[in-house]
Design a protein around this ligand. Structure first.
Ligand code: ATP
Ligand code: MG
Ligand code: MG
Ligand code: MG
Length: 578
C-alpha cells in the first residue's frame, strides 16, 4: 500500500507541446514519463509499476512458451556487427559507443556500438555452448533496453531511441521443430496480450527471404498507428501492407482446391531422388528437388516444392514450402515432356521448372511450413493443407499483388484496411545466422547440421503506451486491471479526520489482502482535484471515503470504466472490498 503524499505522481493539467496523440499526452499528464531528449524518457515511479507488471506477465508467458531468460550486454564490440550478415543496413540505426574522449574521424569505424537487437550476440554464444542434438531445442530471451537511433523518434514511447524489448532467439535441430518453436511463441504472444487486456491481432508479415521463413506482426488496432493492417472480417485473414501487396491471389485455386480439401499426399518409402524416380507414383522432380510434380489419381494435381537453394537429397525433410493447385494435362505436357495419364503415368525430370512456375504465375497458393511438407522414413508427405489459412501466401516471384478492396485470398470478399501499432514481431529466420556464425550441432549419427533459428520481439514500453492509446477517455487513462500501476485508489476526502483516515486504512488493507495494489490519496487537496486526478491516472477502482458520504454512513465505489457510483454502507464496505 502506498500513500500518495509519500509516493510521487506529478500530474499536469496541460499536455506538452510536442505531444500529438492522446496516449503521449496522457503519459506526461499522468506523471508516467518525463522527457530527457528526443526519444529518451525517464519512467517515473507510477509508470515504472506498469512496466514491471507488463514485464512480469511477459516473462511468465515466454517461460511457459519454453523461453529461458538470460541477460546480454548492451554495449557490443563493433566486430560483433561488422563481421555479421547485416552491418551495412543495421548501422543506419545504430549508436556508436566509443569512449567520449576518443577523437572520431568520420572515416573511423566505431570501437563499440549499442545493441539494437541481439542475433549477432546470441548466435556465437549458442555456437560455442551447444554442439549436440541433445541440447536442442533452446530458446533464450531477455527483457532489456534496446538502442536505435530512429530518424524520427516520435509519439513518446512509441518510437523511442532507447526502449524496452523482450527479445527471444530459438535454436532448433530442423525446420519442423523450428516451426513448433515458432508456434509456441505465437501462442505465448497471444496469451501475453490476452492477459494484459489489450486487443492485439497477429497479421502475416513479409520476411523478404524466400524458402522456409515466415513471420507475423502483432498489431494493436489504433488510428495513430504507423502500420496498415489489411484484413477480412469474414475469413480472419490479416496481413501487413508489405505482405498483403506481395501476396499471391489464389482465387481460382481457392475454388478448385478449397482450404482443407487435401488431407495428405504420401509417397511411402521415397526419400531420395533415385527412389522417387523409381517409385510407382506419378511424380516427377528436377534434380535439386526444388520442384516436384504430383499428379494424383486421375485428378491431376501439382505440388511444387521449393527448398533452400542449396537443398540436397538428404535435406528432403527441410523443404520449405509448397505450391499447389490442380493442373490440367495441357499445362503439364510442355513442362514434363509427357502426358500425364492415370496413376503412374508420368515419371522423369521436369524439363523446364521455370515454365512450370510460370504456369502458376497468377494463381498459385503457397503453403508454408508447419508440417505442410516433410519427409520421414515413410516418405514424403504433404499434409495439413488447412494451415494455408493460417500461414499461407507469401511472396513468390512476380505474382499478382493483393490490394485493399481486392478479393480476400480466403473468402473472396473485399479486403479492408485499418491502422495499427506494431507491438510484437515473430520471425522464423531459418539458417541465415547459424550459417554465418557456424552454429552447427551433431546428430545421433554424428552428422553435422545447421541449427534452424527464430527470433522474436515484444516492445514492452511501446505496449504500455498502446494500452493507453486503446484504453482512455476524455478525462484520462483507463488501465486494464492486470497492468494498472495501482488497482484500487482509496480516495480520502478529509485526511485530517481521524475516523475517515482510520476507515481508509482498513479498506486499503482489506483490498490489499484481497490481492490488489492500493494507493491511498491522502493529499491535502480539494475533492474536485482528487477526482480529476483519479480519472487522469486511471486506477480501475476508486473507493471514496469521507465527506458527506461518511456522515451518511456510506462509502462510494466507482469503476473507472463505468459511470455509476455505488454507495455502500460502511458496515458492508470491508466485506465488499475483500
Ligand atoms: P517499427 O516497424 O515500428 O520500426 P520494427 O519492425 O523495426 O518496428 P522489430 O525489430 O520488429 O521492430 O522489434 C520488435 C518490437 O520492438 C517491435 O514490434 C516494437 O514493438 C518494438 N520497437 C521497435 N522499435 C521501437 C522503437 N523505436 N521504440 C519503441 N519500441 C520499438
Ligand atoms: Mg524499425
Ligand atoms: Mg516493423
Ligand atoms: Mg518488426
Amino acid at each position: 500500500m502506498k500513500y500518495w503524499s509519500k509516493f510521487f505522481i506529478p500530474t499536469l493539467k496541460e499536455s506538452p507541446a510536442d505531444a500529438e496523440i492522446p496516449s503521449h499526452k496522457l503519459l506526461v499528464r499522468a506523471g508516467i514519463v518525463r522527457k530527457l531528449g528526443g526519444g529518451l524518457y525517464t519512467y517515473m515511479p507510477f509508470g515504472l509499476r506498469a512496466i514491471h507488471k507488463i514485464t512480469q506477465i511477459c516473462r511468465e508467458e515466454i517461460d511457459r512458451g519454453g523461453g529461458i531468460e538470460l541477460w546480454m550486454p548492451h554495449v557490443h564490440p563493433a566486430e560483433s556487427w561488422t563481421n555479421g550478415p547485416r552491418w551495412a543496413a543495421a548501422r543506419e540505426i545504430m549508436f556508436r559507443a566509443d569512449s567520449a574522449s576518443a577523437t572520431l574521424g568520420a572515416a573511423k569505424e566505431p570501437e563499440f556500438v549499442l545493441g539494437p537487437t541481439h542475433e549477432e550476440i546470441i548466435t556465437p554464444i549458442v555456437k560455442a555452448e551447444i554442439t549436440s542434438y541433445r541440447d536442442l531445442p533452446k530458446n533464450f530471451y531477455q527483457i532489456a533496453t534496446k538502442f536505435r537511433n530512429e530518424i524520427r523518434p516520435r509519439y513518446g514511447l512509441m518510437r523511442a531511441r532507447e526502449f524496452i524489448m523482450m527479445d527471444a532467439y530459438s535454436f532448433d535441430a530442423n525446420d519442423e521443430s523450428a516451426t513448433t518453436s515458432y508456434m509456441a511463441m505465437k501462442a505465448a504472444y497471444e496469451a501475453f496480450f490476452r492477459r494484459l487486456g489489450v486487443q492485439a491481432i497477429a497479421v502475416e508479415a513479409d520476411t523478404g527471404v524466400m524458402g522456409g521463413s515466415f513471420s507475423h506482426e502483432f498489431m494493436v488496432p489504433a488510428e495513430v498507428g504507423d502500420d496498415d493492417i489489411i484484413y477480412c472480417e469474414e475469413s480472419g485473414y490479416a496481413a501487413n501492407r508489405e505482405k498483403a501487396t506481395s501476396a499471391i491471389v489464389p482465387k481460382d485455386l481457392a475454388e478448385a482446391a478449397p482450404v482443407g480439401a487435401v488431407e495428405e499426399f504420401a509417397t511411402p518409402g521415397v526419400t531420395t531422388i533415385a527412389q522417387l524416380e523409381a517409385a510407382p507414383y506419378n511424380v516427377a522432380a528436377d534434380k535439386q528437388f526444388k520442384t516436384l510434380v504430383y499428379i494424383g489419381d486421375g485428378k491431376p494435381f501439382i505440388v511444387i516444392l521449393r527448398g533452400n537453394d542449396e537443398l540436397e537429397e538428404a535435406k528432403l525433410g527441410s523443404l520449405g514450402f509448397a505450391l499447389c493447385r490442380p493442373a490440367t494435362p495441357e499445362e503439364i505436357e510442355p513442362v514434363l515432356g509427357a502426358k500425364p495419364g492415370s496413376l503412374g503415368a508420368v515419371k522423369g525430370t521436369i524439363k523446364d521448372p521455370g515454365a512450370l512456375a510460370g504456369i502458376f504465375a497468377d494463381r498459385a497458393i503457397q503453403l508454408v511450413g508447419n508440417g505442410t511438407t516433410g519427409a520421414n522414413k515413410d516418405g514424403f508427405h504433404l499434409r495439413n493443407v488447412n494451415v494455408a489459412r493460417d500461414l499461407a501466401i507469401t511472396k513468390f516471384g512476380d505474382f499478382r499483388r493483393v490490394r485493399p478492396g481486392e478479393p480476400c485470398p480466403v473468402s473472396g470478399k473485399p479486403l479492408k484496411v485499418r491502422r495499427g501499432i506494431e507491438v510484437g514481431h515473430i520471425f522464423k529466420l531459418g539458417t541465415k545466422y547459424s550459417e554465418k556464425y557456424g552454429a552447427v550441432y551433431t546428430d545421433d549419427q554424428k552428422q553435422q547440421h545447421l541449427m534452424v533459428m527464430g527470433s522474436y520481439g515484444i516492445g514492452i514500453s511501446r505496449t504500455m503506451q498502446a494500452i493507453i492509446e486503446q484504453g482512455h477517455d476524455a478525462d484520462g487513462i483507463i488501465w486494464p486491471w492486470p497492468v494498472a500501476p495501482f488497482q484500487v485508489l482509496v480516495c480520502l476526502l478529509d485526511p485530517q479526520a481521524a475516523d475517515a483516515a482510520e476507515m481508509a486504512r482498513k479498506v486499503a488493507e482489506a483490498a490489499e489482502q484481497a490481492g490488489a495494489d492500493v494507493l491511498v490519496d491522502d493529499r491535502a487537496e480539494r475533492p474536485g482535484v482528487k477526482f480529476k486526478d483519479a480519472d487522469l491516472i486511471g486506477v480501475p477502482l476508486r473507493i471514496t471515503i469521507g465527506g458527506k458520504g461518511l456522515k451518511e454512513g456510506v462509502i462510494e465505489m466507482k469503476w473507472r470504466h463505468e459511470k455509476d457510483v455505488a454507495k455502500i454502507p460502511v458496515a458492508e464496505a470491508l466485506e465488499r472490498v475483500s
